[in-house]
Write a protein that binds this ligand. Structure first.
Ligand code: 5GP
Length: 190
Protein backbone atom coordinates (compact mmCIF):
# COMPACT_ATOMS: atom_id res chain seq x y z
CA UNK A 1 0.00 0.00 0.00
CA UNK A 2 1.96 2.99 -1.30
CA UNK A 3 -0.11 5.64 0.49
CA UNK A 4 0.58 3.90 3.80
CA UNK A 5 4.31 3.78 3.10
CA UNK A 6 4.26 7.52 2.34
CA UNK A 7 2.42 8.28 5.58
CA UNK A 8 4.80 6.09 7.60
CA UNK A 9 7.83 7.88 6.15
CA UNK A 10 6.22 11.24 6.91
CA UNK A 11 4.79 10.57 10.39
CA UNK A 12 6.67 7.70 12.03
CA UNK A 13 9.88 7.82 14.00
CA UNK A 14 12.21 5.16 15.36
CA UNK A 15 12.29 5.47 19.13
CA UNK A 16 14.71 2.71 20.06
CA UNK A 17 16.23 -0.27 18.40
CA UNK A 18 13.47 -2.07 16.56
CA UNK A 19 10.58 0.08 17.79
CA UNK A 20 8.54 2.30 15.51
CA UNK A 21 6.50 5.18 16.92
CA UNK A 22 3.42 5.81 14.82
CA UNK A 23 1.07 7.62 17.15
CA UNK A 24 -0.83 9.63 14.53
CA UNK A 25 -1.99 6.57 12.58
CA UNK A 26 -1.94 3.50 14.80
CA UNK A 27 -1.07 3.81 18.46
CA UNK A 28 -2.55 7.04 19.76
CA UNK A 29 -4.62 8.53 16.97
CA UNK A 30 -6.66 7.42 14.00
CA UNK A 31 -6.97 8.75 10.46
CA UNK A 32 -10.49 7.56 9.63
CA UNK A 33 -10.09 7.80 5.86
CA UNK A 34 -6.81 5.90 5.72
CA UNK A 35 -8.13 3.39 8.27
CA UNK A 36 -11.12 2.71 6.01
CA UNK A 37 -8.73 2.19 3.07
CA UNK A 38 -6.81 -0.36 5.12
CA UNK A 39 -10.05 -2.09 6.11
CA UNK A 40 -11.14 -2.24 2.45
CA UNK A 41 -7.81 -3.74 1.47
CA UNK A 42 -8.05 -6.50 4.09
CA UNK A 43 -11.72 -7.11 3.27
CA UNK A 44 -10.92 -7.54 -0.42
CA UNK A 45 -8.08 -9.96 0.31
CA UNK A 46 -10.40 -12.14 2.42
CA UNK A 47 -13.62 -11.53 0.46
CA UNK A 48 -14.02 -15.19 -0.57
CA UNK A 49 -13.29 -16.73 2.82
CA UNK A 50 -16.80 -16.68 4.30
CA UNK A 51 -15.65 -14.71 7.34
CA UNK A 52 -18.27 -14.56 10.12
CA UNK A 53 -16.28 -12.46 12.60
CA UNK A 54 -13.27 -10.18 12.72
CA UNK A 55 -11.19 -10.43 15.90
CA UNK A 56 -8.43 -8.21 17.23
CA UNK A 57 -6.61 -7.25 20.44
CA UNK A 58 -7.32 -4.02 22.29
CA UNK A 59 -6.46 -1.27 21.78
CA UNK A 60 -4.46 -0.39 18.67
CA UNK A 61 -6.01 -3.13 16.53
CA UNK A 62 -9.58 -1.96 17.04
CA UNK A 63 -9.94 0.83 14.43
CA UNK A 64 -8.51 -1.24 11.57
CA UNK A 65 -10.43 -4.33 12.62
CA UNK A 66 -13.60 -2.21 12.81
CA UNK A 67 -13.03 -0.90 9.27
CA UNK A 68 -12.44 -4.44 8.02
CA UNK A 69 -15.53 -5.81 9.78
CA UNK A 70 -17.66 -2.98 8.42
CA UNK A 71 -16.52 -3.74 4.88
CA UNK A 72 -17.12 -7.47 5.32
CA UNK A 73 -20.49 -6.85 7.00
CA UNK A 74 -19.66 -8.95 10.07
CA UNK A 75 -19.29 -8.28 13.82
CA UNK A 76 -16.03 -7.36 15.50
CA UNK A 77 -14.72 -8.95 18.70
CA UNK A 78 -11.71 -7.58 20.54
CA UNK A 79 -9.68 -9.55 23.04
CA UNK A 80 -9.23 -7.62 26.25
CA UNK A 81 -5.76 -7.36 27.66
CA UNK A 82 -6.44 -7.82 31.35
CA UNK A 83 -8.59 -9.95 33.57
CA UNK A 84 -11.66 -8.16 34.74
CA UNK A 85 -13.71 -9.11 37.76
CA UNK A 86 -16.81 -9.69 35.70
CA UNK A 87 -17.41 -13.02 34.03
CA UNK A 88 -13.89 -14.33 34.54
CA UNK A 89 -14.84 -18.00 34.46
CA UNK A 90 -16.55 -17.76 31.15
CA UNK A 91 -13.62 -16.68 29.05
CA UNK A 92 -10.94 -18.07 26.79
CA UNK A 93 -7.64 -16.86 28.18
CA UNK A 94 -4.00 -16.86 27.04
CA UNK A 95 -1.05 -15.25 28.80
CA UNK A 96 1.32 -13.37 26.47
CA UNK A 97 4.31 -11.04 26.81
CA UNK A 98 3.58 -7.48 25.67
CA UNK A 99 6.22 -6.17 23.25
CA UNK A 100 5.82 -2.50 24.08
CA UNK A 101 4.90 -2.71 27.77
CA UNK A 102 7.59 -5.23 28.74
CA UNK A 103 5.12 -7.11 30.93
CA UNK A 104 3.00 -10.21 30.66
CA UNK A 105 -0.72 -9.70 30.10
CA UNK A 106 -3.71 -11.96 29.74
CA UNK A 107 -5.70 -11.90 26.52
CA UNK A 108 -9.30 -12.77 27.26
CA UNK A 109 -12.33 -13.34 25.05
CA UNK A 110 -15.77 -14.15 26.34
CA UNK A 111 -16.97 -17.63 25.39
CA UNK A 112 -20.25 -16.08 24.32
CA UNK A 113 -18.52 -14.14 21.52
CA UNK A 114 -16.64 -16.90 19.70
CA UNK A 115 -17.77 -20.42 18.85
CA UNK A 116 -17.07 -23.41 16.63
CA UNK A 117 -19.57 -22.00 14.11
CA UNK A 118 -17.30 -19.02 13.37
CA UNK A 119 -14.77 -18.45 10.63
CA UNK A 120 -12.61 -15.63 11.88
CA UNK A 121 -10.19 -13.12 10.45
CA UNK A 122 -7.64 -11.79 12.94
CA UNK A 123 -6.56 -8.19 12.30
CA UNK A 124 -3.83 -6.30 14.16
CA UNK A 125 -1.64 -3.22 13.82
CA UNK A 126 1.97 -4.41 14.05
CA UNK A 127 3.69 -7.77 14.31
CA UNK A 128 7.07 -8.02 16.00
CA UNK A 129 7.84 -11.32 17.77
CA UNK A 130 4.34 -12.65 17.17
CA UNK A 131 3.44 -13.31 20.82
CA UNK A 132 0.11 -11.47 20.69
CA UNK A 133 -0.82 -13.22 17.44
CA UNK A 134 0.13 -16.65 18.77
CA UNK A 135 -1.96 -16.01 21.91
CA UNK A 136 -4.97 -15.07 19.85
CA UNK A 137 -4.51 -18.06 17.53
CA UNK A 138 -4.60 -20.29 20.63
CA UNK A 139 -7.81 -18.63 21.81
CA UNK A 140 -9.38 -19.23 18.39
CA UNK A 141 -8.28 -22.87 18.60
CA UNK A 142 -9.79 -23.21 22.08
CA UNK A 143 -13.11 -21.92 20.76
CA UNK A 144 -13.18 -24.41 17.90
CA UNK A 145 -13.60 -21.57 15.38
CA UNK A 146 -11.84 -21.68 12.00
CA UNK A 147 -9.06 -19.16 11.46
CA UNK A 148 -9.28 -17.99 7.84
CA UNK A 149 -6.18 -15.86 8.14
CA UNK A 150 -4.40 -12.95 9.73
CA UNK A 151 -4.16 -9.37 8.43
CA UNK A 152 -1.50 -7.09 9.92
CA UNK A 153 -0.89 -3.49 8.91
CA UNK A 154 2.89 -3.46 9.51
CA UNK A 155 5.13 -6.51 9.58
CA UNK A 156 8.58 -5.81 10.98
CA UNK A 157 10.17 -8.58 8.96
CA UNK A 158 13.51 -8.25 10.76
CA UNK A 159 11.70 -9.78 13.75
CA UNK A 160 10.54 -13.37 13.75
CA UNK A 161 6.76 -13.13 14.29
CA UNK A 162 5.51 -13.07 10.70
CA UNK A 163 7.86 -15.81 9.56
CA UNK A 164 6.88 -18.02 12.51
CA UNK A 165 3.17 -17.71 11.73
CA UNK A 166 3.74 -18.56 8.06
CA UNK A 167 5.80 -21.59 9.12
CA UNK A 168 2.81 -22.76 11.14
CA UNK A 169 0.92 -22.83 7.84
CA UNK A 170 -1.20 -19.79 8.66
CA UNK A 171 -2.21 -17.30 5.99
CA UNK A 172 -0.69 -13.93 6.87
CA UNK A 173 -1.43 -10.82 4.80
CA UNK A 174 0.47 -7.64 5.61
CA UNK A 175 0.02 -4.18 4.07
CA UNK A 176 3.60 -3.00 4.58
CA UNK A 177 6.80 -4.88 5.44
CA UNK A 178 9.66 -3.09 7.15
CA UNK A 179 12.97 -4.90 6.75
CA UNK A 180 15.08 -2.60 8.92
CA UNK A 181 14.96 0.32 11.35
CA UNK A 182 18.75 0.43 11.63
CA UNK A 183 20.32 3.87 12.13
CA UNK A 184 16.79 5.24 12.65
CA UNK A 185 16.04 4.79 8.94
CA UNK A 186 12.77 3.11 7.97
CA UNK A 187 13.52 0.72 5.16
CA UNK A 188 10.70 -1.16 3.39
CA UNK A 189 10.90 -4.48 1.60
CA UNK A 190 10.54 -4.46 -2.23
P1 5GP B 1 4.39 -9.00 19.20
O1 5GP B 1 3.49 -9.75 20.12
O2 5GP B 1 4.24 -9.43 17.74
O3 5GP B 1 5.83 -9.05 19.64
O4 5GP B 1 3.98 -7.46 19.29
C1 5GP B 1 2.72 -7.08 18.83
C2 5GP B 1 2.14 -5.89 19.52
O5 5GP B 1 3.12 -5.06 20.11
C3 5GP B 1 1.43 -5.06 18.47
O6 5GP B 1 0.03 -5.25 18.59
C4 5GP B 1 1.82 -3.64 18.77
O7 5GP B 1 0.80 -2.96 19.43
C5 5GP B 1 3.03 -3.74 19.65
N1 5GP B 1 4.24 -3.45 18.87
C6 5GP B 1 5.16 -4.32 18.40
N2 5GP B 1 6.17 -3.68 17.79
C7 5GP B 1 5.87 -2.37 17.84
C8 5GP B 1 6.52 -1.17 17.36
O8 5GP B 1 7.60 -1.18 16.76
N3 5GP B 1 5.89 0.01 17.61
C9 5GP B 1 4.70 0.07 18.26
N4 5GP B 1 4.18 1.30 18.45
N5 5GP B 1 4.05 -1.02 18.73
C10 5GP B 1 4.63 -2.22 18.52
Amino acid sequence: MDILKERILKEASVISSGVLKLDSLLNHGVDPKLTMEMGKEFASRFANDKITKVITVESSGIPIAFATALELGVPLVFARRKKTLIGEQDVYCERVPSFTKGIVTDLIVSRTLLSADDTVLFIDDIIANGDAARGLVKIIEQSGAQLAGIGIVIEKSFQAGGRALRELGLRLETLVRIQSLDDNIISFED
